[in-house]
Design a binder for this molecule. Structure first.
Ligand SMILES: Nc1ncnc2c1ncn2[C@@H]1O[C@H](COP(=O)(O)OP(=O)(O)O)[C@@H](O)[C@H]1O
Ligand SMILES: [Mg+2]
Length: 310
């Protein structure tokens, strides 16, 4: 049985159908839930937590029915909401201890767990200062810590990278990956950016207008839609040289803005091919990153051709 299973799940608001007969299964590991703004990601998460009732259809989380067992589900699941809900005059430390107690931990245990999770998310001394003075990145970390304090089986992270600069974004994504890999907690993480979740997810689910557009292992997904942006140095024509070598190696490569090269990901060996060719040419690899598509762009660019409705 999946960690999350939905069947014909539908949410009708007066003006919009937020979820439209959604059938999806989420397993262990890290699952990215991707879709443009308004695709229905947050609505799905709130229904899964038993916070919002579905109009029709059904869903289970860890085997519990969302319609009748919301309390039990919320005891087993950690939730990082999309929007800020943090009290400005309370420290992250006090907040997370409090949330731990709300989840049923005795005070001493809540303190111990809070200190552990705050360390894991990388909130150091600042955790004793009022949250009102935090940067967006620190607030996101505090929100993540409170989702983890009661040692959940599953966490639902709603747009954890929202509002973060690129370096904090990478840190947050690395944390998400650790939660799934090292702590063995199942993760459902949402984003309106397609490229960023490919890096950390074992599986990607794409929602479009409340419907399931695609659900597949990340490697298949990268295969269908991914590309890498590469920057090399060492000679004035380094980018041209590597571009030619990539094409000679049978890959699809083209120049991109700022002397970068964009190469289509063929399979999981593509990054290794890039690295090897760079070394063979005696060039230095400055960076290689997955291209961050906005999901809308992927559909528009004809990526949609390979992203088939299921
Ligand atoms: N409480 C609500 N009342 C009416 N419409 C809503 C409500 N919540 C969400 N919606 C609508 O449902 C659709 C899906 O929203 P949402 O689940 O927040 O999408 P996402 O999280 O993918 O951006 C949107 O069209 C949104 O305007
Ligand atoms: Mg949302």
């Amino acid at each position: 049985m999946g960690v999350i299973e939905t069947s014909g799940l539908t949410k009708q608001y007066p003006r919009v159908t937020a979820l439209d007969h959604l059938d999806v299964t989420v397993g262990e590991g890290v699952t990215g839930l991707v879709g443009a703004n308004g695709a229905g990601k947050s609505t799905l998460i709130k229904i899964l937590l038993g916070l919002v009732p579905a109009t029709s259809g059904s869903a289970t989380v860890l085997g519990h029915d969302v319609a009748t067992d919301g309390g039990r589900i919320r005891a087993l699941v950690g939730y990082m909401p999309e929007h800020d809900c943090l009290p400005a005059d309370v420290s992250a430390s006090d907040l997370v201890v409090h949330m731990g107690q709300m989840s049923g931990l005795p005070y001493a245990a809540a303190r111990e767990r809070a200190s552990d999770v705050l360390r894991h998310v990388g909130l150091a001394e600042e955790r004793y200062r009022p949250i009102g003075g935090y940067s967006t990145g620190m607030k996101q970390r505090a929100k993540l810590a409170q989702a983890l304090v009661h040692d959940p089986r599953l966490v639902l992270l709603d747009e954890p990278t929202n509002g973060l600069d690129p370096s904090s974004r990478d840190d947050m994504l690395a944390l998400v990956r650790r939660i799934g890999r090292e702590f063995g907690i199942a993760v459902l993480v949402t984003s309106h950016l397609l490229g960023e979740l490919e890096r950390v997810s074992d599986h990607v689910v794409v929602l479009d207008g409340g419907r399931l557009l695609r659900s597949s292992a990340t490697t298949d997904f990268l295969h269908a839609t991914g590309s890498l942006l590469i920057e090399v140095q060492g000679r004035p024509d380094a980018d041209r040289l590597l571009g030619q070598a990539l094409v000679d190696a049978g890959l699809v490569a083209r120049p991109a803005d700022g002397n970068l090269i964009e190469v289509e990901v063929r399979d999981e060996t593509t990054p290794d091919v890039v690295r090897d060719l760079t070394v063979d040419l005696g060039l230095g690899l400055v960076r290689m990153q997955e291209r961050h598509h906005r999901i809308e762009d992927v559909f528009r660019e004809g990526g949609a051709g390979s992203v088939q409705p299921v």
